[in-house]
Design a binder for this molecule. Structure first.
Ligand SMILES: *Cc1c(COP(=O)(O)O)cnc(C)c1O
Length: 485
């Protein structure tokens, strides 16, 4: 096998700044003052915080070294399923940094913000075209926020018909945020199991769909990485009972330029600009979760909306049926600039090509690894594939052990133990970023780990062995985070 990637195994020992400090050391020095010192009022003096005394070099090296401990798409493969950790071309960051865009102020009048409004107007149009929908709001700040907005739109739609409903159907292969968004909007999520092929059957939906159900929330492709093939029939059934179809389109990376959700029965969907459309994510934002709708839901979209009147772009609040605002001002504008730049620089053919390559890469990994790892749903996948630890459990090696061992070999682990429908799930999403050689190295690494699982399971129980920190108590880390250092 090739050598592990990157700086694997390189240990940099980093003391706390408090351990490093020496009394009297200085980060800067100023010439002696030539005026008498003026004493501050009493309330401004006192002990002050317990900061260590450090030189400039101490501080620069400390933070530069810490920054090198980061792992990201720019340093290695990051196959985190359901997250689309892909390479985002740097040119899009550059456009977002242009001073006319990055210093635009949300309180400037529309007459002084024409370029900014034009960008938002056109981005909305492009997203509507890509999804096959009629109108788009750019306001929501994340995928889950888009879901909540979508639920509010569905609620407003039924309210306008004078027939309030209480339930939303949510399949077991939906993203975890879906039932949460449903509940947050006051609906009751109705769970439905997918069939033996890992997708929804028409029969299962027909059984639960009734006239007290406001709609269905389908993640498509679903969290098994499979396309919901029966979506047209399902949409028909839901529509026939007066319900609406919501599509969680966070992972548009699989279908962009190939499937228009609006053409196959979807009424409302959100996209994650910070997954598919060139904003790096994973550090907690900012993100953007635009919601695209059919004409039937358009009157309810959040305000203000960008419109074009007599060649001028204006912000209009004139929508009496609107659900109102879902965020201060107009959404995370910097993320929109990157998406706009990405869409224009790629063009329709290359957006489609990005999806095709993402799907090809996932299927390549699926086919190559399916003898090594158990593949519960053996059919063509979309942008990600889901394995399990069934074979390795014979030697008491679990998904977590393999994920930790991958780190010794220089890979960020895939998503583990999600989706819940697969016991011990290992969910791999390579994205379109990776070349064949890197995919091969990932596959080969898993083969080596599977061999280790057979021959020396304890090695895996102790992984990671080469990393700066070994096994963390993840529950305590999440429940009682120690943020003080
Ligand atoms: C990432 C993701 C979400 C949530 O998006 P956030 O921006 O993290 O709120 C929702 N659904 C699916 C399918 C996703 O992959």
């Amino acid at each position: 096998m090739k050598e592990p990637l990157g700086t694997t195994g390189l240990l940099l020992n980093e003391p706390l700044l408090w351990e490093k400090g020496k009394k009297g050391r200085r980060g800067f020095s100023l010439p002696p003052r030539d005026i008498e010192p003026a004493h501050l009022d009493k309330e401004f003096t006192g002990e002050g915080p317990d900061f260590p005394d450090l030189s400039e070099m101490d501080v620069v090296r400390h933070y530069t070294r810490l920054s090198q401990w980061n792992f990201g798409v720019d340093t290695g493969m990051y196959p985190l399923g359901s997250c689309t950790m892909k390479y985002n071309p740097k040119t899009n960051e550059r456009q977002a940094g242009l001073s006319g865009l990055s210093t635009a102020h949300p309180l400037l009048p529309a007459s002084l913000s024409q370029g900014v409004l034009k960008l938002m107007f056109e981005l909305g149009k492009h997203l509507s075209e890509i999804t096959g929908m009629d109108a788009t709001t750019l306001q929501p700040a994340a995928g889950a926020h888009g879901e909540l907005t979508g639920m509010l739109l569905i609620h407003a739609f039924h309210k306008s018909k004078g027939t309030q409903r209480s339930k939303i159907i949510v399949p077991d292969t939906a993203h975890g945020t879906n039932p949460a968004s449903v509940a947050l909007c006051g609906y009751k999520p109705v769970p439905v199991n997918s069939d033996e092929k890992g997708i929804l059957s028409l029969a299962a939906i027909s059984q639960v769909m009734d006239e007290d159900t406001a709609g269905i929330m389908i993640t498509n492709p679903n969290t098994l990485g499979l396309f919901e093939e029966n979506i047209r029939g399902i949409a028909q059934t839901v529509h026939s009972k007066g319900g609406l179809v919501y599509c969680d389109g966070a992972n548009l990376n699989a279908v962009m330029g190939v499937v228009k959700m609006g053409d196959i029965g979807v009424d409302v969907m959100h996209l994650n600009l910070h997954k598919t459309f060139s904003t790096p994510h994973g550090g907690g934002g900012p993100g953007s979760g635009p919601v695209c709708v059919k004409n039937s839901l358009e009157p309810f979209l959040p305000v203000p909306r960008v419109e074009k009147r007599d060649g001028q772009y204006v912000l209009s609040e004139d929508y009496p049926e609107s659900v109102g605002k879902v965020l201060a001002f107009y959404g995370n504008f910097g993320v929109m600039v990157k998406a706009y730049s990405y869409i224009l620089s790629m063009g329709p053919e290359n957006l489609k090509r990005a999806s095709q390559l993402a799907v090809l890469n996932a299927n390549y990994i699926k086919e190559k690894l399916k003898g090594t790892l158990h593949l519960p749903y053996d059919r063509p996948c979309m942008h990600e594939c889901v394995f399990s630890d069934k074979y390795q459990m014979a030697n008491k090696v679990a998904t977590l052990d393999m994920a930790k061992r991958l780190m010794d070999y220089g890979f960020h682990p895939p998503t583990v133990y999600f989706p819940l429908v697969v016991h011990g799930a290992i969910m791999v999403e390579p994205t379109e970023t990776e070349c064949k050689e890197d995919l091969d190295q990932f596959i080969e690494t898993f083969e080596v780990i599977a061999k280790e699982a057979r021959e020396d399971p304890d090695l895996l129980h102790e992984a990671p062995r080469k990393c700066k920190v070994r096994r963390l108590d993840e529950t305590t880390a999440a429940r009682k985070p120690c943020l003080a250092g």
